[in-house]
Write a protein that binds this ligand. Structure first.
Ligand SMILES: C[S@@+](CC[C@H](N)C(=O)[O-])C[C@H]1O[C@@H](n2cnc3c(N)ncnc32)[C@H](O)[C@@H]1O
Length: 190
């Protein structure tokens, strides 16, 4: 069973971070949020720009970038999901965002990493990387009711049926998806 750490402070006036059972921590709206609201923005805790021609693989780059972090940032990084069980590699696998479509720029964020996944259709938030500002922004994609969990879709298209989606998420991220779409148990996105 996952170890749920003490909830960190929220980066946003719109939600709190709290324990959500099997999902670990997650974000719960503390008031109604209108659609298209900027929820928060933040700069990366650890970012890697991969260059295939360098001959250095991404895992080595992540490890070197982690070593270069100040001690308090290392502690924060390892406190993210996957860190207690599988160290730097586990926290990276579980929490990194692919910032650019070429897959070469990835980053882990202290707060954005606490937002859970919901399959396509169940999510109510989305993110975008503002490269010029060096910050990720999280926006509400629709109106969110007080008490609702704020989620985003970790991959843009999971329209492959509940069983296949759950298998794919288990393979890539190592969790059994408990989002509203999967829990409904219908393959209505086919
Ligand atoms: C990026 S972290 C999200 C925040 C995490 N819940 C935490 O406690 O820090 C991803 C992890 O959260 C959990 N998670 C996220 N979305 C989930 C979902 N739809 N169903 C079940 N677990 C989920 C899984 O343990 C996954 O490996």
């Amino acid at each position: 069973m996952a170890i749920t750490p003490t909830p960190p402070p929220s980066p946003s006036p719109y939600f709190k971070i709290t324990g959500l059972g099997e999902k670990g921590l997650g974000a719960i709206a503390t008031s109604t949020i209108p659609a298209n609201t900027l929820l928060f923005s933040e700069s990366p805790l650890l970012k890697v720009l991969h260059s295939p021609s360098s001959g250095i693989d991404k895992a080595e780059q992540v490890s070197a970038a982690f070593t270069a972090l100040p001690a308090h940032s290392q502690t924060l990084f390892l406190s993210l999901a996957g860190g207690a069980e599988a160290g730097v590699e586990g926290a990276w696998k579980c929490n990194n965002f692919m910032l650019t479509t070429d897959g070469l720029e990835n980053a882990v964020f202290a707060h954005a990493s606490r937002i859970n996944h919901s399959c396509d259709g169940g999510e109510n938030a989305y993110w975008r990387w503002e490269g010029g500002k060096g910050r990720i922004e999280f926006w509400s994609g629709k109106r969110v009711e007080e008490g609702e969990e704020i989620t985003h879709c970790y991959r843009p298209d999971w329209r492959m049926g509940t069983g296949n989606r759950r298998l794919a998420l288990m393979g890539e991220y190592g969790f059994l998806c408990g989002c509203v779409v999967c829990e409904a148990g219908v393959d209505d996105l086919l």
